[in-house]
Write a protein that binds this ligand. Structure first.
Ligand code: NAP
Ligand code: MG
Length: 485
């Protein structure tokens, strides 16, 4: 772990092993943080924030250091990609895109912070009011395993750009690239104590950070149940909270869509990152007139997806993160069968030659589902899509919104008016129109409803790492004496 700019062991001396999900083999031995380590990290962050120089650096200097972080990451691109693949089992093509985006996030916030400023408000003459944007303080940042480096970048970049100090808690399963990123931050010139990282069990370390009175903000990406728990616990000290939680995103194909584009985008929408994406388009709604045509192509292409060596650039679908997660996915598929659904493609574990010790699951298409089935309502977080047919626009909007979640959504149509109309009515933080991608640096990412709140990846994220301080001054010539005594 890295505390106060130094690579340190756990005070307990404890470590744990991380495994490559593609092979089941060990990758690294990692320090396992205890409460005492988390406390050391909070103290270091507090010290650097309260008495250090980072937040007082000219904004251009902070921006230059963020750009330097990006430059070092660029020069170590292949190493970061390889480490991400080893630690997470994802395909190299997915890892490359995510590492590149992590780099671009630092570049984006280096630029954005320079333009992030307060304002002057109209007040009665003789008075003067200006608003300062001040860093919120010490931030605990809790990261999931599905995008280990990219999620770390989404959190660290805007926070340190704003002048905050952070304690990062990576997912236990995938801590490695975030640790390297923390080293890179120091190499680039971030002072000691500003970025600290403590790998360790979320229920212990995450919890401690969330409850800690000296932590000002928690930014969490992970599951909805833990997000709720965090919000409740953070309320005791009224911490600022940002939550990026689960999803069950609808993907609607209208009869006038470009079918080939919709098939390709829907395939990517669910099977990218082995379906382990919060914004995975896991509920596919097809207009009845194009259902057969679409499904013929979709099934055919799903069967063509290549599972295999994650380091092979032609691999489409990587491993599942853990045996445990694979069993969760499989039990969802079994529940669908029990409830009367049809598994059209996949629906089982796969043995990949040369990777027999790994955790692999076949890309899976489920049909004959009804709206209340578990597989339609709950987030599976794996390569499983459920398909439903619709007739009317109104009906499909209602179906799309019939969920506790509201993160992503996609619509496929050539009718611009329809796209605009439907985009307005979907209850989700992101609407993709004829587009397979959910975000770029600069576009807001986050949810409606139980997918959380707060937007990351965009300029507005800087507002979540700053407080507005209103300075109201009087410059009039006559002294004011409101009591008149
Ligand atoms: P998770 O179990 O909620 O864990 C996420 C992080 O929280 C991990 O670092 C975990 O540590 C930590 N944690 C666990 N228990 C905690 C507690 N009581 N207090 C504080 N922190 C705690 O989620 P996951 O299984 O890793 O990730 C999958 C979930 O993340 C999915 O639901 C997915 O939709 C969501 N997700 C959302 C977004 C988004 O942007 N909206 C992006 C990616 C993922 P350990 O690793 O030690 O358990
Ligand atoms: Mg978990």
């Amino acid at each position: 772990m890295i505390i106060n700019g130094e690579r340190v062991d756990s005070v307990s001396g404890e470590t744990y092993i991380t495994y490559n999900p593609a092979t089941g083999e060990p990758v690294a031995e990692v320090a396992k943080a205890t409460i005492e380590d988390a406390e050391r990290a909070v103290q270091a962050a507090r010290q650097s924030f309260d008495y250090g120089k980072w937040r007082h650096f000219p904004v251009n200097k902070r921006a230059r250091i963020l750009n330097k972080i990006a430059a070092i990451m660029r020069s170590r691109f292949n190493e970061l990609v390889e480490l991400e693949v080893l630690d997470s089992g994802k395909s190299i093509s997915a890892a490359q895109g995510q590492v590149m985006q992590a780099i671009e996030d630092f570049e984006f916030y280096a630029s954005a912070i320079v333009g992030h400023r307060g304002n002057i408000n109209n007040v009665p003459s003789g008075f003067f009011n200006y608003v300062l944007k001040e860093p919120v303080g010490v931030c605990a940042q809790i990261i999931p395993w599905n995008y280990p480096l990219m999620m770390a970048a989404w959190k660290i970049a805007p926070a340190i750009a704003a002048g905050c100090s952070v304690v990062v808690k990576p997912a236990s399963l995938t801590p490695l690239t975030a640790i390297v990123l923390t080293e890179i931050c120091h190499e680039a010139g971030v002072p000691a104590g500003v970025v600290n990282i403590v790998p360790g069990p979320g229920s212990l370390i995450g919890d401690y950070l969330v409850e800690h009175p000296k932590v000002d903000k928690v930014a969490f990406t992970g599951s909805t149940p833990i997000g709720k728990d965090i919000m409740a616990k953070a309320s005791k000290t009224l911490k600022r909270v940002t939550l990026e939680l689960g999803g069950k995103s609808p993907n609607i194909v209208f009869e006038d869509a470009d079918i080939d584009a919709a098939v390709a985008g829907s395939l990517f929408g669910i099977f990218y990152n082995t379906g382990q994406s919060c914004e995975a388009r896991s509920r596919l709604y097809l207009h009845e007139n194009i259902y057969d045509d679409f499904m013929e192509k979709f099934v055919e292409k799903t069967k063509q997806l290549k599972l295999g060596n994650p380091m092979d650039p032609s691999t489409h679908v990587g491993a599942i993160i853990s045996r445990n997660q694979l069993e969760v996915i499989d039990s969802y598929v079994k529940s669908a069968i029990e409830e009367g659904a049809t598994v059209l493609v996949g629906g089982h574990e796969v043995k990949v030659q040369g990777f027999e010790g790994g955790y692999w699951y076949a890309p899976t298409i489920i049909t004959n589902v009804t709206p209340k089935m578990k597989v339609v309502q709950e987030e599976i977080f794996g390569p499983v899509v459920v398909v439903q047919k619709f007739k009317e626009e109104k009906e499909v909007i209602e179906a799309a919104n019939d969920t506790i979640y509201g993160l992503g959504s996609a619509i496929w149509t050539k009718d611009h008016a329809r796209a605009t109309r439907v985009a307005t009515q979907i209850q989700a933080g992101i609407v993709m129109v004829n587009c397979p991608f959910s975000a770029f640096p600069g576009t807001p990412f986050g949810g409606y409803k139980q997918s959380g709140f707060g937007r990351e990846l965009c300029i507005e994220t800087l507002d979540l790492y700053t407080e507005d301080k209103s300075v109201l001054a009087y410059y009039g010539t006559r002294p004011i004496n409101p009591f008149g005594v």
